[in-house]
Design a protein around this ligand. Structure first.
Ligand code: KG4
Ligand code: ZN
Length: 352
């Protein structure tokens, strides 16, 4: 009989968050530990890959020990190991993959490397004492995956069946937030700081462009927006910039949110699927959450957005995706290596 996996230990180190989680097959999160490296990268206003991988190598093993200690569990209670193997920063991924493989080998347990984006897509299906997805929410659905490295729209027919409807042709939405934050001197990480500043600004103070606004497309583009903001900011004195900051942030954020929502809503209406997932680090954005919720209510669409703790990178979502795969009999072998680039839809086509 095929082995049944009840509990996995999951590891996520694809970018600058070191995360470990204990997850059950139904999505119940027993433990989720995330150690962000924001402070070490802040002086550089962006992630420094060398520093990221070095930090992962310092903190990952202690975090694994902590997750077991705090749940009074030991390695014998774990059925398998799950790790983000792709895509991401090569050196960062490597730390997680090598650690998971070593544990799998020494403990004689199965392990699987999963795609980070698959984790984000299923993050709303995690559950804990204060969160659970709306009843009746299930595949098929549309998933808007928005993070620092990705902006994609998928038609999710079932677990493992993903059709890419559209993606960004240049910068990711999170990248657009982060670059803007750097430009106006808000610091790092940018998205959340722009979000906070925008709360007291006017969304229509600056007329920033929305790419492909008149086209019936599912593609995104944010590089024109970034250049437009650059032009406005360049002409300002320090003082003017300081005074204009809330309006600049609100208008810039509005342009990103409008672009995201126009594609997401179009794909929901075109496919006739009345279920939408908005996920990834940028789904923490308060304006995006508000606009998505308002639109969903008006259009009688079921909406699932993870709570903030499962929006940004976390091992719990990786564990949930991995345990589904392990329970389908999939395994990775010891020659698995990290892959910096790995489009989800192409990977799944190969696996099918
Ligand atoms: O999913 P994530 O943690 O890492 C990647 O897989 O990239 O996403 C990080 C991105 C960053 O670009 C960050 O600025 C953005 O998510 N982000 C936000 C907010 N919180 C995080 N963007 C806009 N508003 C926020 N509140
Ligand atoms: Zn991510």
């Amino acid at each position: 009989m095929a082995q049944k996996f009840s509990r996995v230990l999951a590891i996520e180190t694809s970018c600058d968050d070191t995360s470990v989680s204990l997850v059950l097959a139904d999505g119940h999160v027993e433990k989720s530990l995330v150690l962000n490296q924001n402070q070490v990268h802040a002086p550089f206003a962006g992630v420094v890959p060398e520093i990221a991988s070095r930090s992962h190598s310092s903190y990952l093993v202690p975090l694994i020990e902590q997750s077991l200690n705090e749940t009074n569990l030991s390695f014998k209670d774990i059925d398998g190991l799950v790790v983000t193997a792709r895509p991401g920063l090569l050196g960062s991924l490597m730390v997680g993959v090598v650690t998971a493989k070593s544990l799998a080998l020494t403990l004689s347990k199965p392990f699987i490397g999963v795609n980070h984006l698959e984790g984000h897509i299923w993050a709303p299906f995690l559950k804990d004492e204060s969160y659970q997805i709306a009843e009746g929410f299930k595949a098929p659905f549309i998933a808007l995956t928005v993070s620092g490295g990705h902006t994609s729209l998928y038609l999710v027919e079932a677990f493992g069946e993903y059709t890419l409807l559209g993606q960004t042709v240049d910068d990711a939405a999170g990248e657009a937030f982060d670059k803007f934050a750097k430009l106006v001197g808000l610091g790092y990480p940018g998205g959340v700081l722009v979000d906070q500043m925008a709360k007291v600004g006017r969304t229509d103070a600056y007329d920033f462009p929305r790419a492909f606004a008149k086209e019936e497309t599912f593609q995104f583009s944010f590089s024109g927006l970034k250049t437009a903001a650059q032009r406005v900011v360049e002409k300002m004195s320090e003082d003017e910039l300081h005074r204009a900051l809330p309006d600049l942030c609100a208008s810039y954020q509005e342009a990103i949110v409008d672009s995201l929502m126009s594609r997401a809503s179009r794909s929901v209406l075109r496919t006739g699927l009345k279920r939408l997932v908005v996920t990834g680090g940028v789904s923490a954005n308060s304006r995006l959450r508000f606009k998505a919720e308002t639109w969903a209510k008006e259009n009688k669409v079921l909406l699932a957005i993870p709570p903030l703790r499962y929006c940004s990178d976390n091992a719990a979502m990786i564990g949930y995706a991995g345990i589904q795969r392990l329970n389908r009999g999939e395994r990775s072998s010891q020659d698995l290596g990290p892959a910096p680039r790995a489009p989800l839809h192409e990977e799944m086509r190969e696996l099918k």
